[in-house]
Design a protein around this ligand. Sequence first.
Ligand code: ADP
Ligand code: MG
Length: 227
Amino acid sequence: MLIVKNLTKTYSLEKQKYCANKDINFSVADGKMVWIYGNSGSGKTTLLNMISGLDVADQGSVQWNETDILSLSSNQRADFRLKNMGLVFQFFDMIKTQSIFSNVSIPLKLLNTNKSEINKKVYSSLELFGIEKLCNKKPNSLSGGERQRAAIARAIITKPKILIADEITASLDTEMSKKVYKILKEYIVKNNCIGIFVSHDPLIREFADDIYVMKNGSLIKENEIVD
Ligand code: ADP
Ligand code: MG
């Protein structure tokens, strides 16, 4: 179970303060997938950065089982992410000079996985997204959609218990978006993972267990909105 309590984040820009996340409270049970949508600039990416510990909140807590993620040091958070989280962001980071195989294997190498395990896992993760034939290519020779799928394959290669995804289907067509959501939903259910997905794509609705809307930094459950 992941429990987010009273999470608040304010950015200061040239003496002006801007509250990007206002007292956010929600929780996600194991095996469940949450979809968050909302206008651009409403604070969705900020929230994902807080939960993953990539940035630090001003107030509040993010509790996962016995771990209070925000109370960890920055090194401990990096270690926690490597061991427990899969992250896919809109601007997928791939090392340009290395092959897709090598890029996708990075988390496993960091976890000292042996070579034959790496081969097996990378191949089956790429296969899941239909891009195993591209494993020797460099990221720049792939289409945006293929690169995006490689980034998703990399995010689940370590079998993370928390999957955080920010606009991951922006460069995929409708059919492929649906396929990707279906695969990730199955992954979440099968591995008792917690999925937090930010997306503009309403295709995700049929896969989501809970739906939230971000409005000016506040997170509201979709079925509790009063206009
Ligand atoms: P969304 O992902 O919903 O489009 P963001 O979380 O990226 O929104 O941004 C929410 C608000 O916080 C925006 O007004 C944005 O300009 C501001 N913001 C985000 N990151 C920073 C930052 N590092 N420094 C200052 N302001 C930021
Ligand atoms: Mg964003």
